[in-house]
Design a protein around this ligand. Sequence first.
Ligand code: TXA
Ligand code: MG
Length: 345
Amino acid sequence: MTFISRIDEKHINKDEIKKQAEILKEGKTVIFPTETVYGLGANALDENAVSKIYEAKGRPSDNPLIVHIYDKKQVNDLVKDINENAQIIMNKFWPGPITIILKKKDIVPMRTSGGLDTVAIRMPSNPIAKALLEEVKLPIAAPSANISGRPSPTRGKHVYEEMNNRVDGIILGGDCTFGLESTVLDLTNDIPTILRPGSVTKEDLENAIGQVNIDPALEKKEDNIKAKAPGMKYKHYSPNADVYIVSGDIDNVVKKVNELSYDGAKKGLKCAVMCLEENNNKYKCDTIVLGRNLEEVASNLFNALITADENEYNIVYTEEFPNFGVGRAIMNRLLKSAGYKIIKV
Ligand code: TXA
Ligand code: MG
């Protein structure tokens, strides 16, 4: 049985927060909203509790977890050394959607760090997440609250449908504002490296700390295709529908999608295209409008992929977005959802 709480982030019900915090203190699992995506939390310092996260998600246990805190002082307990870049990032972007990686202290179990000697830490800004973390007073490991491989849930409804009865508690707290997971920044080397793009962009980070690299594995599509091969563990953000990115001039994209969806329909395949609102009326097939700008696209993307499954689409085409700023995070998730399938027109 899962204990469900519905909490409005503008009027936080302290009693419900207390009940969910108790569940976490007992070494059990609670799903809670953050400003990025819903997280599936457990006591980061308790190996048994952390094992329950992997179990609920069906996640390979060598994939490290992000540890969530409510007070910057907690970082001292978790890492060996807070370097200057870490200090700047924490002051400038926390609470908020960026995760930093530093060398861990022994108190952080290997189960939490996926066997690495580093730990990923983030201080979320969502008021419900903050209230829960402050009440429980423990660092909470929390990956996105999806079954491994599926799109991360950003809407309470999807969390409930996918995770009810797989965890001990769920806090339903409305929609996640950013909609894509936090930027992950490795600060253990001389030059900080982005391991996962998010809404705190490379440009934002370079303004704060100077040169920042992007993990080459993110940009090299060929290598990623190879990395996918060893098993399902590399599958990410995949809806049931087959996703294709259609890349090129918008007029050519529209023409191609209209042709492909017409051919698909003849074969009995249900097709849709994910698009910007300004292009909605250009398509002859079903459309899933992602928004008017990149921020809205980021916020709606995972919801759109899950909704596409609810509507039983077989094929989802998507427009391409510019690969800079927030667009880089959007394209990273889209490429994974599409299994790197791109139709160039
Ligand atoms: O926005 C978010 O970050 C959400 C919310 C719930 O906070 N959490 C999230 O966690 O997306 P998860 O587990 O789905 O993604 C964590 C990412 C993974 O790609 C993992 O491999 C990487 O961070 N990661 C965690 N610890 C790491 C470490 N020590 N070294 C390298 N990568 C690490
Ligand atoms: Mg995830």
